[in-house]
Design a protein around this ligand. Structure first.
Ligand code: SAH
Length: 211
């Protein structure tokens, strides 16, 4: 997205990828390239920019947070995307995870509950020229039935249990990547197999709660 030769953030991006993401085992080349190219600093408030590539979550206003870079990369890798994938994201937030998905997939639909965050994310994504993203304001736990089925669904706010609509909207072979729990949370992957749903718990995480 930006010319690395003249990008003043290039060194910080590269350190983020090497020290936080590759070192923790993320390998998918498309995910690593997306983490190198998507400018994370443009998604965080002006006052937070200097810390944009640090190893942790950050405040994006309205009591919400942008996930730690490693968690964004891990969730994207777990979705197993390719350039033809149709992806649904619940919890647009600042739109950073959306931009990473858009770099790895064919088309991204994203839903945000807070109109103010949704508007800001739409502006940032448009400025970056992310043409394969469709966004709307609403309750993501209902999914996006008109655009289903999806090859992957990513949820970036934690419910106590899996919203049934999201499993219904998974294509055959499709993967739902979702944090589950309230006081204690784990990241889960649910896969729609020919004979039913397979589930795997990946790592403990901490997300804001799905409302
Ligand atoms: N992926 C985001 C993370 C944002 S935090 C990023 O990269 O910035 C989680 C987001 O989920 C918040 O913006 C919150 O407003 C939103 N959210 C919470 N409950 C929701 C719901 N039921 N439907 C849609 N969005 C929801």
């Amino acid at each position: 997205m930006t010319d690395r030769a003249v990008d003043p953030w290039a060194a910080r991006k590269e350190r983020m990828v090497t020290d936080q993401i590759v070192s923790r085992g993320v390998k998918d080349p498309a995910v690593l390239e997306a983490m190198r190219s998507v400018p994370r600093h443009v998604f965080v408030p002006e006052s937070e920019r200097a810390r944009a590539y640090d190893d942790g979550p950050q405040s994006i206003g309205r009591g919400q947070t942008i996930s730690q870079p490693y968690i964004v990369a891990l969730m994207t890798e777990l979705a197993r995307l390719d350039p033809t994938s149709r992806v649904l994201e619940i919890g647009t937030g600042c739109g950073y995870q959306t931009a990473v998905l858009a770099a790895c997939a064919g088309w991204v639909w994203t839903i945000e509950l807070e109109p103010e965050l949704a508007a800001r994310a739409a502006r940032t994504l448009a400025e970056l020229g992310a043409a394969n993203v469709t966004a709307r304001v609403g309750d993501g736990s209902l999914g996006w039935p008109e655009a289903a089925p999806f090859d992957a669904i990513l949820v970036t706010a934690a419910p106590a249990d899996v919203p049934p609509a999201l499993l219904d909207q998974l294509a055959e072979g499709g993967r739902l990547v979702i944090p589950l729990g309230t006081s204690r949370q784990d990241l889960w992957v649910f896969t729609r197999e020919p004979d039913g749903i397979r589930r795997a718990s990946i790592i403990p995480v901490r997300f804001v709660l799905l409302r």
